[in-house]
Design a binder for this molecule. Sequence first.
Ligand code: IPE
Ligand code: IPE
Ligand code: MG
Length: 252
Amino acid sequence: MTSPSAKSSATGNVPRHVAIIMDGNGRWASGKSKPRHAGHRAGVKSVRSVVEAASQRGVEYLTLFAFSSENWARPEEEVNRLMRLFVDALRREVDELHRNNVKVTFIGALDRLQPALRDKISQAEEKTAGNTGLQLIVAIGYGGRWDIIEASRAVAKKVADGALQVDEIDETEFARSLQLGTTPDPDLLIRTGGEQRISNFLLWNLAYAELWFTDVLWPEFDAKHFDEALLFYSGKQRRYGHTGDQVKVVGC
Ligand code: IPE
Ligand code: IPE
Ligand code: MG
């Protein structure tokens, strides 16, 4: 069957939106007797491969979990190194992303970031705003619960201002105020690093995502693993509460 948000390709249905929890950098580094930040640095190569693979396979949206609201609690040294790595990665990668027609946007509590990183983020968003290829969404300082609270505040404010009636609050209206706004929900969630949990990622938007977990640590993840996840996805029947027979008949 073809879900509303999938399309056909030689390998079957390609998810329109893939979200990835890029986990396992620290363990990759420990396994090589390196400091944790070496693992984060090594992970940039995997981001490059996955962005390229996603573009080539016809994925429209790729959302990467780079730093969670809970990751602020890590040792200051690791947080500082990560923030510097984000600045460096943006400095190095944005021209190439732009050449490849990738549109980059960021979600999360970005106002908590240092000005140098916020500047790089704005520059990347501005430079790539008109691009029509893959939409790359990077989550930094993002938490699913934070997102829902912020959206609730925005909706409450609209009601208080008289711009919205309480009865008009429905799923579509609420989702509009979430960080992903009108972006279609992820069809496929990939988590590397062996854990099988959501870790406060897109709690609302992942409601019907297909979940694919791998023990592969993020710095080892490449296009071949990405294709394994796409193959897993192509074999899924998405029922959204219907029976399998209903889905076969109406293709809902
Ligand atoms: C994911 O790798 C990167 C971030 C959370 C920033 P980790 O740093 O969590 O790596 P592990 O899970 O400790 O191996
Ligand atoms: C999730 O990984 C966040 C990111 C990959 C950015 P964590 O390593 O922080 O998740 P937990 O703490 O193991 O749940
Ligand atoms: Mg981890």
